[in-house]
Design a protein around this ligand. Sequence first.
Ligand code: MN
Length: 319
Amino acid sequence: MYKKMPVIALEEHFWDHELAAQLQGSEGARAPEQLKRLYDLGELRLREMDEAGIDIQVLSHGAPSAQKLDASICVDLTRRVNDRLAEAIARHPTRFAGFAALPTANPEAAARELERCVKELGFVGAMICGLTNGVFHDDERFWCIYERAEALGVPIYFHPSFPDPDVSRIYYDKYGKDFPQVVRAAWGYTVETATQAVRLILSRVFEKHPGLNIILGHFGETLPYQLWRIDQALKRPGHDPMNFREHFTNNFYITTSGHFSTTALVCAMMEMSMDHIMFAVDYPFVPNAPAMEWLDTLQISKTDMRKLLSGNARRVLKI
Ligand code: MN
């Protein structure tokens, strides 16, 4: 059914040579086939998009992107990374769009870079990966970024990254050797990114910036499934009034990246509505084919399928 519909994939990664060189040991952990795809913003990527039936990839730098860089180098470096991404998009403007990398170690500069990327380079938002040097992004020092995002009308995508060493040690060390993914995609990424989203709502940033849109990958990092309990628990006696559900269902959008589960989709549809769910693969960490095969099995209306595959993305990202 989806085969005649336009498809926009939202969480598709690349690596920039200069930034990747700063991320110690990151290349060593990746298979050569994956590295080849991370560095390709041309023929190979486009061929695999064509084979799968993906019309547009919204490109973002892979984790940790700029979030583990020192404040002294991150501003100039992310500027060059974003400029190079803009050049790659300009070579294939009908096939690629971009999320900016932000130098969050310098929040004021990050807000300015977001504005530059949107106004001058035509980017459709920004992606932030994990914590900024150990600090969650609900901290008020980052609110200038949200103020700018709201004013520009672009979303911020919160993506996982490898947790801090203490978290990794206390939570996962015992099983990390036999199950290297437990600290990553199997569980650690979800714990950290869901925590980031919960903290953002608790900070009341959405009361100050009601037009701020946040995107989460991986079907919302379990939050649609947890929504009733979080919302109810935060209304128990002893709490200041907080409508968690209202903020999560109004200000958050989620994608299907690396999580092709119909059960998860049904839960998200019931809790958030189809207007808040968008398609993503998580290429090249996840190949395109299983995502497209999954779409083929979905028994949803044509209207819903169109929202999932491109309609919501066009609205939220203004593509
Ligand atoms: Mn990803």
